[in-house]
Design a protein around this ligand. Structure first.
Ligand SMILES: NC(=O)c1ccc[n+]([C@@H]2O[C@H](COP(=O)([O-])OP(=O)(O)OC[C@H]3O[C@@H](n4cnc5c(N)ncnc54)[C@H](OP(=O)(O)O)[C@@H]3O)[C@@H](O)[C@H]2O)c1
Length: 261
C-alpha cells in the first residue's frame, strides 16, 4: 500500500491543528510545524499515524526553509504541504511593529515556505500545495491594513505558483483556501482587540458567536471542509462554503458603501 504523507505548517493550534488530525485520521503520516514545541510534542503523541515535528518560525525565512527541507527529508518526501501559519493584528493606530509582524509572517514567511514546498514538488514531479488565505483578502481594511493585504498577497502568490506548475506541465495542484469566521485563538484575540475599538469590519475579527458575527465555523468543521477541498484538488475553496457569497458581495460592493461598513 502507498504511504500518503502531508505536512502542516502552523499545526500547533486552530485550523492547522485540526487539519493535521484530519490527515492522520485518513491514514496520512503527518509532519507538523510551528513555534510552540510543547504543543507539537503533544499533537505528535495524540496522532494515530507516524508523525514528525519541526519547530519553525516562518519569520526567520532562511532558517524556516532549512527546517522545512529537513522535515521533508525526514519524512522521505511528502505529497501535500499546507501552510496554515498566520497572524494578524487589529491596528487602528498603524503601529509599525504590528504591521511588520503580520507582513513578516503572512507575506515573507508564507512566500519562503511556499517556495520551499514548490521546489520539493517540482523536483519530485508532483505534489499538492495549499495555503490558508482569507475572505479578508477580498478588500482592504483600515483597522488591519497589513492583514487584509497579506491575505490578498497569499491568494495572488498561490495563483502564480499554480500557473508555474501548469507551464512546467507537471501534476502539481495548488489550492487557495479562503476561510470566513473560524472559532480559533486568532479569532478570540481579534475579538479582544476589536472590543477595545469601534467595530468589527472583516471576517477574521470576530468578538464571539452572536455578537455581531455570523457563520462562525468550529475549527473541526473548517478542517473537514479544507481536507475535502484538498482531496478534490480544488483551485480555491471558501470555508465554510457560503462565505463565497460574502466574498462576492465584498468584491462587488461600491466604495461608497464599503467605506461605511
Ligand atoms: N480564525 C479565523 O477566523 C480565520 C479566518 C480566515 C483565515 N484564517 C487563517 O487561518 C490560519 C490559521 O489561523 P487560526 O485561525 O487557526 O489561528 P491560530 O489558532 O492562532 O493558529 C495560527 C497558527 O499559525 C502558527 N504561526 C503563527 N505565527 C507563526 C510563525 N511565525 N511561524 C510559524 N507558525 C506560526 C501558530 O503556531 P505557533 O504560535 O506555535 O507558531 C498556529 O499554529 C491563519 O493563516 C489565519 O490568518 C483564520
Amino acid at each position: 500500500m502507498t504511504i500518503k504523507r502531508a505536512i502542516v505548517v502552523g499545526a500547533t493550534s486552530g485550523i492547522g491543528c485540526e487539519l493535521a488530525k484530519a490527515f492522520s485520521s485518513h491514514g496520512y503520516e503527518v509532519g507538523v510545524a510551528g513555534r510552540r514545541s510543547s504543543l507539537l510534542e503533544k499533537l505528535s503523541r495524540e496522532l494515530p499515524t507516524r508523525t514528525c515535528a519541526a519547530v519553525i518560525d516562518v519569520r526567520d525565512t532562511e532558517a524556516a526553509i532549512v527546517s522545512l527541507e529537513k522535515l521533508i527529508a525526514d519524512m522521505d518526501g511528502v505529497d501535500i504541504i499546507v501552510i496554515s501559519a498566520g497572524t494578524g493584528h487589529v491596528n487602528p493606530s498603524l503601529d509599525w511593529m504590528a504591521e511588520k509582524d503580520t507582513i513578516d509572517t503572512n507575506v515573507s514567511g508564507f512566500a519562503a515556505v511556499a517556495d520551499a514546498a514548490m521546489r520539493h514538488f517540482l523536483q519530485k514531479g508532483s505534489g499538492h500545495l495549499a495555503g490558508i488565505s482569507s475572505v479578508a483578502g477580498a478588500r482592504g481594511d483600515g483597522m488591519a491594513p497589513a492583514y487584509n493585504a497579506s491575505k490578498a498577497f497569499i491568494s495572488n502568490y498561490l495563483e502564480g505558483l499554480r500557473k508555474k506548475a501548469v507551464k512546467e506541465g507537471l501534476p502539481i495542484t495548488v489550492t487557495d483556501i479562503r476561510p470566513g469566521f473560524v472559532d480559533t485563538a486568532m479569532m478570540k484575540s481579534y475579538a479582544d482587540d476589536v472590543s477595545a475599538g469601534p467595530r468589527p469590519a472583516s471576517p477574521d475579527r470576530a468578538r464571539s458567536k452572536g455578537d455581531g458575527f455570523f457563520w462562525v465555523a468550529p475549527p473541526e468543521k473548517a478542517a473537514a471542509q479544507i481536507y475535502e477541498a484538498i482531496r478534490r484538488k480544488k483551485k480555491r475553496a471558501y470555508v465554510t462554503r457560503r462565505w463565497a457569497i460574502a466574498a462576492w458581495l465584498l468584491r462587488t460592493m461600491p466604495d461608497s458603501i464599503y467605506n461605511r461598513i
